[in-house]
Write a protein of this length. Structure first.
Lengths: 181, 181
DNA sequence: TACCAGATGGAAATCTGTGTCAAGGAGAAT
DNA sequence: ATTCTCCTTGACACAGATTTCCATCTGGTA
């Protein structure tokens, strides 16, 4: 990430804390930095694990609380896919999403032209105050398309096997990590 | 809801069941009817509570299973707001959403002109197969706008009090109903 | 430095959702 | 109508994600 951009974000965060009379604790600083460094969409638990490496005494409760606070301040945004854990996204500029209907992968799209011309119908615009919008594209990612085709043919090729194993690992990982404790 | 539309939906559901060799049980019929009647976006647990009034022996497991099945058949769609439970929506045509950032209310918008001209950039369109898209408008609903203004003035008026109480009830209701069991 | 509102840590509770399995019921065959 | 079979259901246990509660601690300020 661009260092200037990163510094600007940290300063924005510090300013918002001052304005709201919030204490600048190590926990808040570290958790903010971790989310700001990421370009994927970590879950609260993933952020907690990462933060704990720098701050061994950190509690899960605090990680959740701080992330909620950051979302409230508007320095991170929350994203979700149905049935899965909330994910936190440092991207505060307008962006859109690709959501795979099968494996639930979530990909950001930044493209200014994309939302051009999108505006709320006048009737709703009077009562609802729009801050921003985002477009969700639902469909199939490349790997899931390959897999669907293979299934139709009644065969399974190696790359699809790999993708499926990846899926299973991903779904099981939360449980495993948790049960270690 | 328009009775003709409602009947058409029921028939579509019945047809899909026949096609897939699925038994037409009371549980499936009742749960489908409940979702189809609603214009808000009930959670699985809310659907379960409503369904139990008509079908006292219904189990929660079945409610979840049937809702999942309905989503799989495509007669309802799943929607989500970050951190909250999955919501079920009988609307299967293309539609968009207003999402209140404060109270998380979710409102449907059906307006064909709205998504006109929206298309995925060519680079992504090659690898990602788009089935549909929806636009989420984030902002403040009318009630939350009033409340925000009142807070700034340091006053709280009656209508805002009512909205806040509604919010609290809504958030607490699951817990209360659950502990009765 | 002393104070205190606000923040944290840790345990427990809650909410949402899934896995398992015996028992029940729908639909086909007789 | 009866039987058979397989799909469904209900009950329970469990898992993951998140929140609540409360005692303790700490950053900011007088």
């Amino acid at each position: 990430m661009d260092p200037a951009e990163r510094k600007a974000r940290c300063e924005r965060f510090a300013r918002l804390c001052r304005e709201r009379g919030l204490a600048r604790t190590v926990q808040r600083r570290v958790i903010f930095e971790i989310v700001a460094e990421r370009t994927d969409h970590p879950t609260a638990d993933q952020v907690f694990e990462l933060a704990r490496k720098r701050l061994p005494g950190l509690s899960r409760t605090t990680a959740y609380r701080v992330l909620e606070l950051l979302a409230d301040l508007g320095v991170v945004t929350k994203a979700c896919s149905p049935g899965a854990a909330t994910r936190f996204d440092p991207m505060t500029q307008r962006h859109h999403h690709l959501v795979c209907l099968r494996c639930e992968k979530l990909v950001d799209i930044v493209d200014e032209r994309l939302g051009r011309g999108v505006a709320l119908p006048a009737a709703q615009a009077r009562s609802f105050q729009v801050r921003d919008f985002s477009i969700h594209f639902h469909g199939l990612c490349a790997a899931c398309q390959r897999q669907a085709r293979a299934k139709q043919r009644g065969t399974v090729d190696q790359s699809n096997r790999a993708h499926q194993r990846g899926l299973e690992r991903q779904r099981a990982s939360g449980r495993q990590e948790r049960s270690k404790r």
